[in-house]
Every structure is written in structure tokens, then in C-alpha cells.
Write a protein that binds this ligand. Structure first.
Ligand SMILES: C[S@@+](CC[C@H](N)C(=O)[O-])C[C@H]1O[C@@H](n2cnc3c(N)ncnc32)[C@H](O)[C@@H]1O
Length: 236
């Protein structure tokens, strides 16, 4: 297995299924989104870059909260779904391997980067671009799979940084990076961010009714996601 995910938009062929899965699904609607939205804080009147925006579930919520949303994703179908779901937003087909040359320095108040860091090969370069387009008093909110859960599922060395390929329960074939928590923190540091908060979210209370077993396990085990709020380091 070569250690590269590449720029092929692997979510494109199952973008509609992802929307169906994530709109009210346990992990996205009742676990990741509440955590990231809480870290984003008050959004009325703020501009936000929704990075790897998927089908626009965050974007629609952010528009409803009064934000001006600019979204990007390298999947053309995801961007079509965003435009349908959040017509007030501005959406671009863009691969995170490329520079954001359509956005000036300091263009946005917040950057949201939910559940997609794992798909990016040069994460430091991508994070540097996100820092560049963020206002100096802005904040980045990022979520990723919990590295402890990855290690429990995948085995091997917790500290290895490597690409794996999986077929998920709906038949989706996905390649993504495994990396320990230290690596994510170091990548943020190298890109010029300071870590402000790190959450190990628990599922939202209403999720207990959706799936009691999953609710119980994610309430006691670090096997889901984590969420980070980072700010541009004023010294760099
Ligand atoms: C798990 S989905 C998350 C979607 C959305 N952030 C959410 O949480 O609802 C991952 C998204 O990352 C996008 N993505 C993956 N690699 C990317 C890249 N290199 N550039 C831009 N988008 C990418 C995929 O197309 C997909 O929409």
C-alpha cells in the first residue's frame, strides 16, 4: 500500500448516500456536529469557511445561525448537494492539495474542518493555507477520528502514520490516514496554530434513543471522534 490518499474524490460516488447517512445519523448529527458547533460558538454575522463541506449539513446549520458560509469540497456531487441544501452559501469544487488562491489573506472569521483531515496527504500545507485565510483573531475548529479508537480497531503501532483502505458497512471503499494525536497537534503547530481547546465528545443525550448500545459505548470509550479549537499563533 503506497502511503498516499491522492486527489481522487472518493466520496463523489456515494455523496447522496452520505447525505442520507449523515443527515440524522448517530455519529454526524448527534456526536460530531454538536461538538464542532459548540466550539465554533456564536456565528451570527460571522464568515466561515466550511472546508470539505460534504453535502452541506454543517453549511445549512451555519446559515440558519446567521453565518456567511463559503464551502469547499473536491467532490463535484457534494458541491451540487450543498448548493441545493444551503442556497445562501457560496461553494467551490476545490482540492485541499491546491492553494486557496481564490481567497485573500484574513478573509474569514472561522474555519471549520470537520472529519476530513484524514484524507489529506500534505496536511501541514493545507493547514497553513487555512491559517492564511483566517483573520488573526479567528479560530479553526477541526474534528477527526479519535486516534485511540483507530488504534484499537486497526492494531499495529499506535504511533505509526500510515494510509489504510477500508470498506465500510454501506460498501463505501475509503482510503485515509491514521495518525496519533501527537501528529495532529504537531501538524497544527507547524502550520502556525495554537491549540486552545480539545474535546473528547460524548454523544448528545437524545442519541440514547436512536441507538442505546452505541450511546453507551461512546459515552465510556474513546472510540469515536475528537474536536479541536485552534487559533493563529500571534508570534508566528
Ligand atoms: C466524512 S465527509 C465530511 C463532510 C462534512 N465535513 C461533514 O462533516 O458533514 C469527508 C469530506 O471530505 C471531502 N474531502 C476529502 N478529501 C478532500 C480533499 N483533498 N479536498 C477537498 N475535500 C476533500 C470529501 O469529498 C467529503 O465530502
Amino acid at each position: 500500500m503506497t502511503d498516499v490518499v491522492g486527489s481522487h474524490p472518493q466520496y463523489d460516488e456515494f455523496a447522496d448516500e452520505f447525505l442520507d447517512h449523515a443527515a440524522d445519523g448517530f455519529h454526524n448529527a448527534h456526536y460530531d456536529r454538536p461538538a464542532c458547533l459548540s466550539l465554533l460558538g456564536e456565528m451570527a454575522g460571522r464568515s466561515v469557511l466550511d472546508v470539505a463541506c460534504g453535502p452541506g449539513l454543517y453549511a445549512a446549520e451555519l446559515v440558519a445561525r446567521g453565518a456567511r458560509v463559503i464551502g469547499l469540497d473536491h467532490s463535484p456531487r457534494m458541491i451540487e448537494l450543498c448548493r441545493e441544501r444551503a442556497p445562501a452559501g457560496e461553494f467551490h469544487v476545490h482540492d485541499l492539495g491546491d492553494r486557496l488562491d481564490w481567497l485573500p489573506d484574513g478573509a474569514v472569521d472561522r474555519v471549520l474542518f470537520a472529519l476530513a483531515l484524514e484524507y489529506v496527504d500534505d496536511r501541514v500545507a493545507a493547514l497553513r493555507e487555512l491559517r492564511r485565510v483566517l483573520r488573526p483573531d479567528g479560530a479553526l475548529v477541526l474534528s477527526r477520528s479519535h486516534p485511540t479508537g483507530d488504534w484499537l480497531r486497526q492494531g499495529g503501532s499506535y504511533f505509526d502514520v500510515r494510509v489504510i483502505e477500508e470498506v465500510w458497512s454501506r460498501g463505501w471503499r475509503v482510503r485515509y490516514w491514521l495518525a496519533p494525536l501527537e501528529r495532529t497537534c504537531e501538524e497544527l503547530h507547524e502550520a502556525g496554530f495554537l491549540l486552545e481547546r480539545l474535546l473528547e465528545p460524548r454523544p448528545a443525550p437524545e442519541a440514547a434513543r436512536l441507538d442505546p448500545d452505541r450511546y453507551a459505548s461512546l459515552s465510556r470509550e474513546p472510540t469515536g471522534f475528537l474536536a479541536i479549537r485552534a487559533i493563529p499563533d500571534p508570534r508566528r
